[in-house]
Write a protein that binds this ligand. Structure first.
Ligand code: NAD
Length: 260
């Protein structure tokens, strides 16, 4: 699958899954904007991709919860490359706690990054995709778009919500050639997950090894973590699919943790 001459924006691309997607898109020929709140890490990622022979990678400082920051970032990509073919709304964080102890401020922060971020970035790119008559919007869901786990009320709520948003984008965008899909990974060993292991061990009163073996990988078919590269392959499929048929879908990549 090729992304030759395509322009992609990947949010949260300075780390983890987003960085792997940006790298995969670059090797498939795309020019990639590494949009992240972390300037230094975004610049390092862009430099790494360019050193590896990317057609063009740029760092874009963007806070996906901030309307002006998102609009300015998308405008900067348009000014540089004149089109936007792929948006991957991937930026995300995790805050775990029992509902009765979940701070309202944490709840709002989680929904802002995952849901406002997806909405704002989508809204900013759609006029350009509509004008071109083509585009692919990819939202980063999770197995938690389909399953619930304790301690993750805001995350599960937000990730379920992204399925609804993608379906509406698919319906509204079809006439203008825009597709929308959701990637739903199982546990991937990134900083987001590494931080959760001691937190969950504390909250659930079990060891860190038990968190990994039972809570994170207990339902998989083979006890293995999904990798950022696994997720990037699915993101490439959604981005590069050659016809308009693949839209409004979600695809779980989780070593069989969740089967549908
Ligand atoms: P990560 O912590 O490695 O990377 C997240 C990136 O998002 C960081 O570079 C961070 O700076 C950036 N970010 C955070 N807030 C931002 C904001 N307001 N604006 C712009 N950028 C911001 O995390 P990851 O594991 O790679 O997660 C990426 C996405 O994948 C998230 O949406 C997450 O929910 C989803 N996901 C992760 C897993 C997993 O197991 N790691 C599983 C399923 C889904």
């Amino acid at each position: 699958m090729t992304l030759e001459d395509r322009i992609a924006i990947v949010t949260g691309a300075a780390s983890g899954i987003g960085r792997a997607i940006a790298r995969r898109y670059a090797t498939a020929g795309a020019m990639v904007a590494i949009a992240d709140i972390n300037r230094e890490a975004a610049e390092n990622t862009a430099a790494e991709l360019n050193a590896a022979g990317a057609a063009g990678a740029i760092a874009l400082v963007m806070d996906v919860t901030d309307e002006a920051s998102v609009n300015d970032g998308v405008a900067a990509v348009m000014a540089r490359w004149g089109r936007i073919d792929v948006l991957v709304s991937n930026a995300g964080v995790q805050i775990v706690n029992q509902i009765e102890n979940y701070a309202f401020s944490d709840w709002k922060r989680m929904l802002a990054i995952h849901l406002d971020g997806a909405f704002l970035t989508t809204r900013a790119v759609l006029p350009h995709m509509y004008a071109q008559g083509s585009g692919s919007v990819i939202l980063m869901g999770s197995v938690h778009s389909k399953e619930a786990s304790p301690l993750k009320s805001a995350y599960v709520t937000a990730k379920h919500g992204l399925l609804g948003l993608a379906r509406v984008i698919a319906r509204e965008g079809a006439a203008k050639g825009v597709r929308a899909n959701v990637v739903c990974p199982g546990f991937v060993r990134t900083p987001l997950v590494d931080r959760q292991i001691p937190e969950q061990a504390r909250e659930l009163g079990i060891t860190e090894e038990e968190v990994v073996k039972r809570v994170m990988l207990g339902q998989t078919v083979d006890g293995e973590f999904t990798t950022p590269e696994d997720v990037a392959e699915v993101a490439l499929l959604f981005a590069a699919f050659p016809t308009k048929a693949l839209t409004g879908q979600s695809l779980v990549v989780s070593h069989g943790w969740y089967m549908e």
